[in-house]
Write a protein that binds this ligand. Sequence first.
Ligand SMILES: [Zn+2]
Length: 126
Amino acid sequence: MSRGVEILCPQCGEESFLRREPVYDGFRKTGEKLTCAACGHRFESESEVPFKGAKGPGVFGPADRSRKPDLFAGDEVRNCRRCEHYVVNPFVQRCVLHGRTVEATDGCADFAAKRPAEEGGAADPS
Ligand SMILES: [Zn+2]
């Protein structure tokens, strides 16, 4: 229930979410009220709702940055994203120390801060 359906609202022009509220007549559910979560614009029927194109799981756009702004704030966060064992490629994020798939926001007791000197450079230390 917490997952919103993304829409492009024609009223406010925002990338927003569809809000569904059941409509009752007495105790009988007679339908659903479909509104824009941003501006409250009401859609008369589901066919009117301007759904955003269906995205596959794991495909993130720039909009993701604004979704959880506080997670990446601050320098004291000991999460996998800042760990030197964290390796990311277009399909999977992995911890090479544990050999498992992780999220950027995961963390563990073996956290080792990524050294700034190693960032961006593929230099071989030998
Ligand atoms: Zn709207």
